[in-house]
Design a protein around this ligand. Structure first.
Ligand SMILES: [Zn+2]
Length: 458
C-alpha cells in the first residue's frame, strides 16, 4: 500500500437541511449487503433516504429532527408477504411491529383504496401490494372468490383484475388443471404474475412448470414427496389426505423437488406460523395465554377462533391435530432444504387466520424459520431486501441506501444476533418518524376498542 494515501475515502460531508430527519451514530444493518456499519448517520428527506455515511461527516443545522441512535441498530422495515387485512387497526398494528410493507392475498376495492391513500401519504400504513379476489374452481372454498371452470374464461378474468388495478393473481386450491394452465397463460400475456396456492389437481410439478411466481404455505411440497402411483384420498373435512401422505413420504425425492423449485425461479412464502397455530388449535385456552397482542383484536373475532366455529376444523379429531403437527415437522425440513439450495424465500404469516396476529405474527414467523434451520441473517434479508426483489424493485425498499424509500426500524438489540423486540424504539414509514411512545399509544387506543360489538353483517 502506498504511503501517504488514505486507506479509505474521507467521509463526504452531506448537506443536511432543515426538515430532514437524521438518525445519528447508529449501527446500520443495510440488507443490501451482508454485515453491519457502525457509527453511521442516516438522513431522511421526504419519503426517501438521502444519505448514509459515517457520523463524523455531518453537521446538523437547526430544524433537523435528530434521533440519537447511539447503542442502537437501524434496519429496513419488515415485509409481511402474506396477509389478509380487513380492518384499519391492522395497519397500525403492522407499523407498531416494524412491518412497513404487506402483500395482501385476497383483495377488494377496499385494499385498492388503502394502497392508493398510503402511497400518496393520505393514510398512515404499510405499503400495500394486493391480489384480486381468489381464483378458484367450482364450488370455491371461500365466498367472494372468482370461479374459473371454463379455460376460455381465464383471459377475461385476468384482464378484468388487471384493469381493476390489482397487482397479481391468486390461484386457489380447487382449480382444474386446464383452468389453471389457461390462467397461467393469460397471466403471462397480461403481465399478471400468479402468486398463491398449488391446486390439488395441478400439483407442485405442474405449478413449477408454469413458473408460478410464488407458492404459499409450502403448498404441494409434502405431496410431491409421495412416490408416483400411491393413491391419496381427496382433500376433505379431515386430515386424512395428509395422514396418508405422511405414511408414504420418500425423503429421497426432496433434492429433486428442491432443484425443480430453483430451476423454476419460484419463490416460497412458507407461512409456518399459520400452520403452527392450526396445529395448536386443539388447545385454544393455551393459545389465548401465549399469543401476543390478542387484547388488541376485536373480542368477537378472537371468540370465533374456536375450532368448533371454523368450517375447516369442525370435524378434526385428536389424530388430525397430530397429523398437522407431523406435517409441520416435515415442512420445516423442506424449508431447510430449500434454504440450503438458495431457493428464493419470502417471510409471511397469513394474518386473519386464527391466532395469527397482524404485526406480532411476523416476529413469530421469523423465529420459526430460524428454528427450522434458516440462518437468521438470511431470514431477515428475505423479510426486507428479498421482498423488494420479489416485488421487482430491489432498490426501492428493504435496504438502507440513498434513494430507497425511508421505511426503517430502530431497535436496541442487534437484529442479526437474536429476536427483534416486538415494538421497536421507533419506526420510519415513508419518511414519517413514529417513536415508540407513539406506536404504543396507537396500540393502546386499539385495545380500548377491542370489546366493541361486531359491525353489522359480520
Ligand atoms: Zn392466506
Amino acid at each position: 500500500m502506498a504511503t501517504g494515501q488514505p486507506t479509505t475515502a474521507a467521509a463526504q460531508p452531506v448537506a443536511v437541511a432543515p426538515g430532514d430527519i437524521a438518525i445519528t451514530d447508529v449501527t446500520v444493518v443495510p440488507m443490501s449487503h451482508d454485515g453491519e456499519l457502525a457509527h453511521q448517520t442516516v438522513v431522511v428527506r421526504g419519503d426517501r433516504i438521502v444519505a448514509v455515511a459515517p457520523s463524523a461527516g455531518f453537521a446538523l443545522p437547526a430544524g433537523v429532527t435528530a434521533i440519537d441512535g447511539r447503542g442502537k441498530w437501524l434496519m429496513p422495515g419488515l415485509a409481511d408477504m402474506h396477509v389478509h387485512i380487513w380492518s384499519e387497526n391492522d395497519l397500525a398494528m403492522f407499523l407498531a411491529a416494524g412491518v412497513t410493507t404487506i402483500r395482501n392475498l385476497f383483495g377488494s376495492d377496499l385494499h385498492l383504496t388503502w394502497r392508493s391513500q398510503i402511497a400518496k401519504g393520505e393514510r398512515l400504513g404499510p405499503t400495500i401490494v394486493t391480489a384480486g379476489p381468489l381464483i378458484d374452481g367450482d364450488p370455491p372454498i371461500w365466498p367472494g372468490s372468482t370461479v374459473l371452470v371454463d379455460p376460455a374464461a381465464a383471459d377475461k378474468i385476468v384482464a378484468d383484475q388487471k384493469a381493476a388495478g390489482y397487482d397479481f393473481l391468486k390461484p386457489y386450491s380447487r382449480l382444474s388443471k386446464p383452468a389453471y394452465e389457461a390462467l397461467a397463460a393469460a397471466g403471462k400475456r397480461h403481465g399478471m404474475p400468479l402468486e398463491g396456492h398449488v391446486p390439488t389437481a395441478v400439483g407442485l410439478a405442474g405449478v413449477l412448470a408454469a413458473q408460478q411466481r410464488s407458492i404459499e404455505h409450502l403448498d404441494g411440497y409434502l405431496f410431491a414427496l409421495v412416490p408416483d402411483g400411491v393413491a391419496l384420498p381427496p382433500p376433505g373435512p379431515t386430515q386424512a389426505r395428509t395422514r396418508a401422505a405422511l405414511g408414504h413420504l420418500d425423503p429421497a425425492r426432496l433434492p429433486g423437488v428442491v432443484a425443480q423449485t430453483v430451476a423454476a425461479g419460484t419463490w416460497n412464502c412458507p407461512t409456518l406460523i399459520v400452520l403452527d397455530r392450526f396445529a395448536a388449535l386443539d388447545d385454544v385456552a393455551a393459545l389465548r395465554r401465549r399469543v401476543a397482542w390478542l387484547d388488541k383484536l376485536p373480542a368477537w373475532i378472537v371468540a370465533r377462533w374456536d375450532p368448533k366455529q371454523d368450517f375447516r376444523l369442525r370435524s378434526y379429531t385428536a389424530d388430525d391435530f397430530t397429523a398437522i403437527r407431523a406435517a409441520n415437522a416435515q415442512r420445516a425440513k423442506i424449508l431447510a432444504a430449500l434454504a440450503a439450495a438458495n431457493a428464493p424465500l419470502l417471510v409471511g404469516t397469513d394474518t386473519g387466520n386464527p391466532f395469527v396476529v397482524p404485526g406480532a405474527a411476523l416476529h413469530d414467523e421469523i423465529e420459526l424459520m430460524v428454528a427450522a434451520g434458516v440462518h437468521r441473517a438470511r431470514v431477515l434479508r428475505a423479510a426486507t431486501a428479498g421482498a423488494a426483489q420479489f416485488l421487482g424493485a430491489p432498490r426501492e425498499s428493504g435496504v438502507i441506501e440513498p434513494g430507497a424509500r425511508a421505511d426503517l426500524v430502530l431497535v436496541s438489540t442487534d437484529p442479526l444476533a437474536g429476536p427483534l423486540p416486538l415494538v421497536p424504539d421507533g419506526v420510519v414509514v415513508r419518511g414519517k418518524w413514529l417513536p415508540r411512545a407513539d406506536l404504543e399509544a396507537r396500540l393502546a387506543d386499539i385495545a380500548r376498542h377491542s370489546a366493541d360489538p361486531a359491525p353489522k353483517g359480520f
